[in-house]
Design a protein around this ligand. Structure first.
Ligand code: ADP
Length: 368
């Protein structure tokens, strides 16, 4: 089983596992979950937990209703609830001799290469110290435009950066079904998914909005990041007691298998960016050059969309708007507007300073 064979495991738990519908904390579940983590440590695995629940616990403390919260207030509530969440974990985990640390991430911490490498080192050092990091989005600071938005995507990026070989999304269903199992009794659990094709995407898209949450869509997005990162991902039921023990024993869940990839860590990081800042639309000549491994130069760029800085992630689209590759731009979007369609030797004159000629260097680009 994939979990048994993995060295580094990321486990994402949603707020419904921490606090139930009648606003009671699921104390027993969390105490028993600590035993699951203890067992993984005994099996010599590195563990990272991505946990939601800060806003729910903050609301409980302040006796507020989550539904009526405005964004600025919810950020204050997240800041209050985050300590409640950590206190809860400390209470349940310390008695099992599990050492915990906390990491709060904002989107840029994983989407900027330098910061992502820094985060990777922090995880590695925590593993050496035998501490289990509990990760959450820094909700008290993040604004809506620059947010992961959901902990499924955050967890997949954490898995990719930490070099994890297994991500487990604990949900309130046994896995990914052919239809929504809460509505359709004939829905069948899909045990293994190798290829996220149109059929799978369609099932996932249908699930959005039914429960006011990400549903299966964000989980499929996370699976795509994992597939490219060479990481197995499972959707499994977290509502039951000792969910990880049950997974190891019975394996009732959906596994998404990784794609075999020859990409190095840096290119894996580029391809699985979760927030490209813009698009570069290129002509056929440039497309052919990219196909044989050349860098993207200014003459082949027809159009620039979005506003981005040097070093930001962008998508490269062909003239039919199909995504061909992703890369890190060597120029800002404003600079590319000035130099697009122009010969490379005119770039310095157009910009008023000397600069390199590749808009996206081949080493900074990955075909999708
Ligand atoms: P989380 O556990 O991360 O909070 P969500 O509540 O966002 O997860 O998503 C899980 C829900 O998605 C399930 O409770 C189920 O009602 C719904 N869902 C919709 N379509 C499917 C499907 N094809 N397979 C499994 N669950 C589905």
């Amino acid at each position: 089983m994939y979990l048994k064979d993995s060295k580094t495991v990321v486990i994402k738990i949603g707020s419904s596992l921490i606090i139930n519908e009648s606003k009671s904390i699921r104390e027993k579940w969390l105490s028993d979950f600590a035993l699951d983590i203890q067992n993984l440590q005994k099996l010599k695995k590195n563990v990272i937990i991505v946990s939601s629940g800060a806003i729910a616990l903050g609301c409980k403390k302040l006796k507020l209703n989550k539904k009526n919260l405005k964004l600025d207030k919810s950020q204050a509530v997240a800041s209050i609830g985050q300590i409640e969440l950590m206190n809860l974990f400390i209470k349940k985990f310390n008695s099992k001799k599990i050492n915990l640390s906390q990491i709060l991430l904002t989107l840029e911490d994983t989407e900027q290469r330098r910061r992502a490498i820094n985060a990777k080192r922090t995880f590695e050092n925590l593993f050496k110290l035998k501490f289990v990091p509990i990760v959450n989005e820094n909700d008290s600071i993040a604004t809506s435009e620059i947010k992961y938005g959901d902990n499924d995507r955050l967890a997949s990026r954490v898995a990719q950066i930490s070099g994890a070989d297994c991500l487990i999304l604990l949900s309130d269903v046994n896995g990914f079904y052919s239809k929504n199992p809460k509505i359709d009794k004939n829905a069948k659990l899909i045990k293994e998914i190798t290829n996220i094709d149109e059929k799978i995407e369609k099932i996932a898209t249908k699930s959005i909005g039914e429960h006011g949450t990400g549903g299966m869509k964000t989980k499929i997005d996370a699976a795509k990041v994992c597939q490219l990162a060479g990481c197995h991902m499972a959707i499994s039921n977290g509502l039951i007691n000792r969910p990880i023990k049950k997974m190891l024993e019975k394996n009732i869940c959906t596994w998404f298998l990784p794609k075999i990839s020859k990409l190095d860590a840096r290119k894996k990081w580029i391809i699985s960016s979760i927030s490209p800042k813009g698009d570069l639309i290129i002509d056929d000549g440039a497309l052919n050059a990219l196909k044989i491994g050349k860098s993207l130069l200014a003459p082949g760029i027809k159009e620039v969309r979005g506003k981005f800085n040097k070093g930001d992630h962008v998508k490269i689209l062909d003239k039919n708007m199909n995504e061909f590759a992703r890369g890190l731009s060597s120029f800002t979007s404003d600079e590319i507007i000035k130099i697009k369609g122009q010969q490379s030797n005119k770039i310095s004159a157009l910009l008023g300073y000397t600069s390199k000629s590749e808009v996206i260097h081949k080493d900074d680009m990955v075909e999708v």
